[in-house]
Write a protein that binds this ligand. Structure first.
Ligand code: SAM
Length: 472
């Protein structure tokens, strides 16, 4: 791989001759591929029992595994059932360190396409509120798809600037992940295109964005809350120096030292330009491609002073959920009929943490305890259950993916190696006996989507944008 001269000169200067040689040698080695089991669907142990794949544990997260080049896990029906997310192993470290818990209010501020969002959501186990945001409207589409594919039920997806979010969520979150836009030096091996767009000017531009994003994130954190800052770059300007500068400006924040794993290295104080901050940044962590099996990453965990009790957030005016029109029982009659007939065992509507909301013709189950979100660009105001079309309720793909097979009265269960499984994922009509009406289609008991049974065939309701592509 041909690396920019200015980049290699910088790295040589930073690392010194000896370490630089090891660093450079890592570019001649194959990169490691990873997948992370979706604990919203099954435990890593249960997953390992289901597959005879050659997998090796990623040391910093118990649901992460390395797989070999030949495996192609995106070409397996389990991928379409959302049983795992394909993720670069080092990229599993930020959410693992932040350690989101069930019941918390969590923000993923720069979230698309959603790798870390799916990891945070799995840790939250459907309880609490996950606001997941990206400022780029195109990238938000991929984020929505991943939120839905992984069966995340407690997420609100926004397409906002951090500044506008901070006006709505002051002091609101227990935990915030800032996986910042960066110069991407740590991803050169994974995404060679990033090499072409690299320049020292890009580092400077990224620093500007990171500074603003961090300040806005700080406003949204409750006293005692934790903020995880990560990048996939080596440049100290975007890492140790960014954190040192932040700490100087925000005296109510301190570093929480990150527990180290084998091969991880402490942040390099000598790369900051601020003597006072020097000793602090050694509590942050660097993942280097020549020391671990993974790409380059930087991770810093920060805590805001105070505790939850001193926070004023619970006296914030918590508006009616999501500020659109309140659901009307009359409009929802067909939805309730659908639930009664199709999902008699589903208890989702009885969960106190959630409330039915509608936006235009769409029905959502939204987390409660949200401030009014009227001023925000919302991609999803909760779990999209479906659409009411001409007084008929049509369940969404997201609804299917967030259910369990046992919730459905009528279902069709395929084996992964059955030809109908792929035919279903390709969107084909299946000539197959099934109960009349809506059926939840599953593979090995994990939902894939909907189909409608009628006269010896299954009408395929798998969405066009989700379909299996040959050769892809
Ligand atoms: C490193 S990527 C995030 C990867 C993501 N966390 C994941 O795990 O899949 C950085 C993201 O920040 C977004 N971004 C850039 N500027 C932003 C801003 N000012 N506010 C929020 N997001 C921003 C980009 O669109 C990009 O999707």
């Amino acid at each position: 791989m041909s690396l920019p001269e200015a980049f290699t000169a910088r790295m040589k200067h930073l690392l010194g001759e000896e370490e630089y040689t090891d660093f450079l040698a890592s570019y001649t080695e194959a990169r490691r591929q990873g997948l992370r089991v979706n604990r919203l669907k099954l435990s890593p142990q249960a997953f390992l029992k289901r597959v005879d794949w050659k997998l090796e544990s990623v040391p910093w997260t118990e649901d992460g595994f390395y797989y070999s080049e030949s495996l192609r896990p995106a070409k397996h029906p389990y991928y379409h059932a959302g049983l795992y997310y394909i993720q670069e192993p080092s990229a599993m470290s930020p959410a693992a360190v932040l350690d989101a818990c069930p019941g918390e209010r969590v923000l993923d501020l720069c979230a698309a396409p959603g790798g870390k969002t799916t990891q945070l959501a799995a840790a939250m186990q459907g309880q609490g509120i996950l606001v997941t945001n990206d400022s780029n409207p195109n990238r938000v589409k991929a984020l929505v798809k991943n939120v839905e594919l992984y069966g995340i039920r407690n997420a609100v997806v926004t397409n906002e600037t951090p500044d506008r979010l901070a006006k709505v969520f002051p002091g609101y979150f227990d935990k915030i992940l800032v996986d910042a836009p960066c110069s991407g030096e740590g991803m050169f091996r994974k995404e060679p295109d990033m090499v072409k767009s690299w320049s020292e000017a890009v580092i400077e531009t990224c620093c500007g964005m990171q500074r603003t994003i961090l300040q806005d994130a700080a406003r949204m954190l409750r006293p005692g809350g934790r903020l995880l800052y990560s990048t996939c770059t080596f440049a100290p300007e975007e890492n140790e120096r960014m954190i040192a500068e932040f700490l100087m400006e925000q005296p109510d924040f301190s570093i929480v030292p990150i527990p180290m794993h084998e091969g991880w290295e402490q942040g390099r104080p000598e790369w900051t330009q601020n003597a006072e901050a020097n000793r602090l940044v050694s509590g942050t962590a660097r993942l280097w491609p020549h020391r671990i099996s993974g790409e380059g990453h930087y991770v810093a965990l920060l805590q805001k002073a105070g505790d939850k009790e001193s926070s004023e957030r619970d006296s914030m005016i918590l508006a009616k959920p999501v500020g659109t029109k309140q659901t009307q029982e009359k409009e929802l009659a067909d939805f309730y009929t659908f639930v009664k007939e199709t999902l008699p065992e589903w208890k989702g509507l009885e969960d106190n943490g959630f409330i039915l909301t509608m936006h235009e013709d769409r029905v959502f189950l939204s987390p409660q305890d949200l401030p009014g979100l009227q001023s925000l660009r919302l991609a999803r105001q909760g779990w999209l259950l479906g659409t009411i079309k001409k007084k008929r309720f049509e369940p969404s793909q997201a609804f299917a993916m967030g259910l369990k097979a046992e919730n459905a009265a009528q279902k069709v269960n395929f084996a992964p190696d059955e030809s109908d499984t792929i035919r279903y994922l390709k969107g084909e009509t299946l000539m197959r006996q099934a109960e009349k009406g809506w059926n939840l289609v599953c593979v090995d008991g994990f939902p894939l989507g909907w189909a409608k049974g009628a006269g010896g065939m299954l009408k395929n309701m798998y969405p066009a944008g989700w379909r299996w592509m040959d050769g892809a």
